[in-house]
Design a protein around this ligand. Structure first.
Ligand SMILES: Cc1cc2nc3c(=O)[nH]c(=O)nc-3n(C[C@H](O)[C@H](O)[C@H](O)COP(=O)(O)OP(=O)(O)OC[C@H]3O[C@@H](n4cnc5c(N)ncnc54)[C@H](O)[C@@H]3O)c2cc1C
Length: 379
């Protein structure tokens, strides 16, 4: 028996970083917002499984623009709502072998002054485990930083609540249908109403759209694996930058006294509770040991998460052209944490029909670059 429930102005579906940040920004604009999450805890899926890096030197131009526009929101010390710093200086070094020199030059051109060149001696001083003879050149984004993802996520959930919004967990949307001028949103045992629904369902966003009879955007969830190992005895890696292969075939990042390794895999997967495959773990260790003298005696922890992309690898944020009041917020790929603050402000304004935030537009973000129509065209 399904009970009739409340009416909301906006119901946001999915309480990962995308849904939580947009719900908070909608509430800050005065909207009455309910955030729904299928799991018992928000952040259980991709948001809780990231490498937690912020770098303006990563991703397609629209992501780099959103990330630049997000930086101030991460930094804002002294704000009573942000008692702790959300970013901690790390640096990100893009490392190249001789056969990758050409890629290094292309990337140096494209990224301009977002990165600086490192000589091989400088790189070895920063990353002492680099094998002699491995490196031909490197670029560094010195401003790259570790993100306190959990603190950022909780901050948005607190902001939502203090602005009168609500979060409901164990509330997976099982039916979604147009009703009158708005939407009926069914969760187990309860029917809710909303003028606008936001699809922030992560890897499940296309599935959620099909539940509502809305055309998909061609989202492909891709599994990425990560593992934690101890550094060599007596070595403290805390001051090292993240080291990433210039063609993104692996990366290694200091993480609370350990080293986080990834083979930077991108294996297409149906939406699911992703698990690491032994082969990907072995590939990570093999690729990293070719570059670094890192003995691996034991894997302390391993996990996988889904990074979801549409064909052009840019996010999708905008009203569905085929369904009034259905707003997409999907396809954040491997950059959804670092771009969340600006993405959420942009999307909240767009969902309510307000002008885009000027500081984000000034960085080069446009509605056309994020439009669901452009993603759907390439399906
Ligand atoms: C290994 C790895 C490393 C990464 N590293 C970085 C990094 O360094 N920097 C960075 O910025 N990004 C990184 N990312 C990417 C980043 O984690 C994602 O872009 C971001 O977390 C996506 O957030 P989301 O809210 O869209 O998805 P999710 O966190 O997956 O949230 C979607 C939520 O929707 C819920 N949901 C789905 N269907 C329904 C339904 N029907 N009803 C109710 N709820 C539903 C799900 O339960 C889920 O909680 C990484 C990702 C991985 C896997």
């Amino acid at each position: 028996m399904r009970r009739e429930g409340e009416s909301w102005q906006v119901i946001v579906i999915g309480a990962g970083i995308a849904g939580a940040s947009m719900a908070a920004e909608l509430a800050a604009l005065g909207a009455r917002v309910l955030l729904l999450e299928r799991e018992t805890q928000p952040g259980y899926h991709t948001t809780g499984r990231s490498a937690a890096l912020f770098t303006i030197a990563y991703g397609p131009p629209v992501i780099r623009a959103l990330s630049r526009a997000s930086r101030a929101a991460f930094a804002a010390p002294g704000d009573a709502q942000r008692p702790q710093l959300l970013l901690r200086q790390r640096g990100a070094a893009f490392i190249a072998r001789t056969d990758q020199r050409c890629v290094l030059e292309i990337m140096a051109d494209e990224l301009g002054d977002a990165v600086a060149r490192l000589s091989t001696d400088e790189a070895r001083a920063l990353m002492p485990l680099l094998r002699p003879g491995y490196l031909a050149g490197a670029l560094i984004d010195r401003s790259a930083a570790d993100i306190d993802v959990d603190a950022l996520h909780r901050l948005y959930l607190r902001q939502l609540k203090s602005a009168g919004g609500a979060l409901r967990c164990d509330a997976g949307v099982v039916a979604l249908a147009r009703e009158g001028a708005g939407w009926r949103v069914d969760v187990p045992g309860l029917s809710l109403r909303a003028e606008i629904v936001v699809n922030a369902a992560g890897a499940w966003a296309d599935e959620l759209a099909s539940l509502a009879g809305v055309a998909p955007v061609g989202l492909v969830p891709k599994r990425r694996t990560a593992l934690l190992v101890a550094p060599p005895d007596g070595v403290n890696p805390d001051g090292w930058p993240l080291a990433v292969d210039i063609e993104e075939k692996f990366y290694m990042k200091p993480d609370a006294g350990k080293l986080l390794l990834s083979p930077a895999d991108e294996t297409p997967s149906p939406p699911c509770d992703a698990r690491p495959e032994e082969l990907d773990v072995a590939i990570a260790i093999d690729r990293i040991q070719r570059a670094f003298g890192l003995p691996v005696r034991r894997i302390e922890h391993k996990w996988a998460g889904l990074r979801s992309f549409v064909a052009d690898k840019c996010p999708v944020a905008g009203h569905a052209p085929d369904a009034p009041g259905f707003f997409w917020l999907a396809g954040q790929g491997g950059y959804g944490i670092q771009s969340a603050p600006a993405m959420a402000r942009w999307a909240a304004a767009a969902a309510l029909g307000l002008p885009p935030p000027a500081d984000i537009a000034d960085e080069g973000v446009s509605a056309a670059a994020l439009a669901p129509e452009r993603a759907a065209l390439t399906v």
